[in-house]
Design a protein around this ligand. Sequence first.
Ligand code: AMP
Ligand code: ZN
Length: 485
Amino acid sequence: MRADPGSSQVLSPIEFYDTRRGRRVPFEPLEPGKVGIYSCGPTVYAEQHIGNLRSRLFSDLLKRFLLSEGYAVTHVINITDVGHLVSDADEGEDKMEAAARKAGRTAEEIAAHYTELWRRDGEAVNCLPPEHNPKATEHIPEQIELARKLEAAGYLYRIEDGIYFDTSRFPRYAELAGLDLEGQSEGARIGVTEGKRNPADFAVWKFAEEGVSRLQEWDSPWGRGFPGWHLECSAMSVRYLGPRFDIHTGGIDLATVHHTNEVAQSECGYGVHPWVNFWMHNEFLALSGGEGDEKMSKSKGNVKTLSDLIERGIDPLAFRYFCLQAHYRQQLAFSDEAIESAAKGFARLRRIAAELEQVEGEGDPAAQAPYADRFREALADDLNAPRAMAVVWEVARSDTLAPVDRRDLLRRFEPVLGLSLGEAPSEVSADAESDPRIDALLADRQAAREAKDWATADRIRDELAAEGIEIVDSPEGARWRRRKD
Ligand code: AMP
Ligand code: ZN
């Protein structure tokens, strides 16, 4: 319990659900006043979908809430720009390599392109930039260093295609995800690799295949090759946050293999336990369909991107608002109707907030305190965003609170919500420009779209994008603006 100067009461402690302990636990940082967060970031061989974006928005809400509590937060999000073999198996085609080959470009070009799209999407939904955004390819020495430590301590063994981690030597291997290793059959989880001692064993370093030319490979004490994809997160988190840190986030799909393997490498390599204090996992964004909800994933091909929403006139921040309507540990079903209804609700909220911004005068902190406390309580309760949003709406609609207090409360909530409340609702019209040549191209694109000539429409969009011009589709028609950077 602690007192807060802006509040009338003693505040209850923050509690987060920790996957490892399987329950909610009061949150205390390792070092007073500071919080380190590591979030598994994008694999940059394709455009991120809005399921990935939900994961990013969850870690952003977590960060914003901790900042509002006065913590100095160091947030690390990695960029996976190497390896990541098909599914979780340690075999199959490398996704980065495959994407580069298909596009006739280098792996670096592919990675730079999709990293930029990821950055732009994050910015469009008001995600705070991470303090560190390390790339796997720029941290190969750190990864080799960790593998050497594991080798020296006797955890690794060599088979034909690489160096593997012997999971039977780590008694806590099943702890994070509560795995049933006895009942696990090889193949069901990670595919069959000849020579592995245990089904769960995973590659720490893979050898370059003889006669197969790869775009991405490095020298190592074990020969030329590339790191296993779990290694980067173990090595880079520790590089930026120290050998133990507070919170690790990611989608729930990562708990059983990727995060379990990260724990094994880090606890054995750095000799720490628990390596991470809180494991926080977000549930999926699912696509509503006739047969029930299905996880949105690149491999299923049922993905939607933020650009798809923007093309349909949905404000990117309406997607942020949509995600705030569900608790991060609940599945959230995406459908056209659901996002459209969220967009309407969001537009209403923004209009109210913009109107309240016109109110002048000073508010009454005592009148505001009960609402501010309830908003904070909701988030301290394992980041209960829907409950916090209920308080936001109560304030927005209240006819008992003075307008000036409603204005102040929404201003106080905004840094946590990141919804640009109080700003002009349509950014598009705020900075739309006019230029006869570009306006004409936009009209051509509109005509092509009406004729369902998507190829021409896309070509015009790409040409303008190459000039640094972004088209923003809205219900009132398409507008354009020059990219600011
Ligand atoms: P990836 O780029 O596939 O490595 O994924 C980046 C992040 O998005 C990881 O934390 C995943 O667990 C998460 N993720 C992937 N699919 C979904 C989904 N449908 N809903 C929510 N999070 C997801
Ligand atoms: Zn990771």
